[in-house]
Design a binder for this molecule. Structure first.
Ligand SMILES: [Zn+2]
Length: 171
């Protein structure tokens, strides 16, 4: 297993919708293992494949960051198929390190996906889990949480990132 470099905001691969996965082969299993290690090393509660530069429809969530067994969800071709309610909490992203902003998300979300054994699954998540489901599937569609911000909050964040990029601190 290997820790992969995480690409940052501004990288094109984060803006391209990822390709659906048609075969769960050895290369995909290796990518999954590497992504797990990368997510835990970061550390983060979720990771999408295009965040490690691979434009495939694969993401993972572990709210315990590897501390509790049974909390790691490997999601192939995931789709949020139902949402309920609304929440607004601070949200961050491994591709936009050291920043958080309050983002509005559904309170509950239902995710449909295939696991790494090829079994089709459905899962309801609430609170942080619903937020992670929406954040990671957004990634796979080329969307970032900054896209959900408006006006002053968005301008302020993007200006700070631009400043870091100019000073060579955003690579
Ligand atoms: Zn993210």
């Amino acid at each position: 297993m290997a820790v992969l470099p995480i690409v940052k905001y501004g990288s094109e691969v984060l803006r391209k919708p990822t390709e659906r996965i048609t075969e769960i082969d050895e290369a995909l299993q290796k990518l999954i293992d590497d992504m797990i290690e990368t997510m835990y090393a970061a550390p983060g509660v979720g990771l999408a494949a295009n965040q490690v530069g691979i434009s495939r429809r694969l993401m993972m969530i572990d709210l315990s960051v590897g501390k509790r067994s049974g909390e790691l969800h490997i999601c192939i071709n995931p789709e949020v198929v139902e949402v309920e309610g609304i929440q607004a909490e601070d949200e961050g992203c491994l591709s936009i390190p050291d920043f958080t902003e309050s983002v509005q998300r559904p309170l509950r979300a239902k995710l449909r996906y295939t696991d790494r054994n090829g079994t089709e699954r459905e899962m309801w998540g609430e609170g942080l889990m619903a937020r992670a489901m929406c954040h990671e599937t957004d990634h796979l569609n080329g969307t970032l949480y900054v896209d959900h911000l408006r006006g002053f909050k968005r301008d302020r964040l993007l200006k700070k990132i631009q400043k870091l990029a100019k000073s060579g601190m955003w690579v």
